[in-house]
Ligand binder design. Structure first.
Ligand code: ZN
Length: 96
């Protein structure tokens, strides 16, 4: 049985994503090749992921990732800050 200990969950200091207990690295801190959920348009098409949720996933991933223009970084950082500590599932289609 999985017990959820929400009050003990930690939040990534970079992107505001929730760190699973015992996790050493943020789920969003991945190279693009290991981040298939960044382009998970299929999940959106199937309606398991809203555009807003997808935007948050991309935003959190982006603030961990170098190589973007300052303008787009600022935009994504603002989205990440607006949703700081908010729970957001990844790998939505893998759960089935
Ligand atoms: Zn993070």
């Amino acid at each position: 049985m999985k017990i959820k200990q929400k009050e003990q969950s930690l939040v990534c200091t970079v992107c505001g994503g929730i760190l699973l207990s015992g996790a050493l690295n943020c789920d969003y801190d991945k190279p693009e090749s290991q981040a298939p959920w960044v382009g998970d348009y299929e999940a959106m098409n199937k309606g398991v992921l809203t555009h807003q949720e997808h935007l948050l996933i991309v935003a959190r991933w982006s603030v961990h990732t170098e190589g973007q223009g300052q303008k787009i970084r600022d935009k994504f950082l603002a989205i990440a800050k607006d949703n700081w500590g908010k729970e957001q599932r990844l790998h939505l289609l893998d759960d089935n």
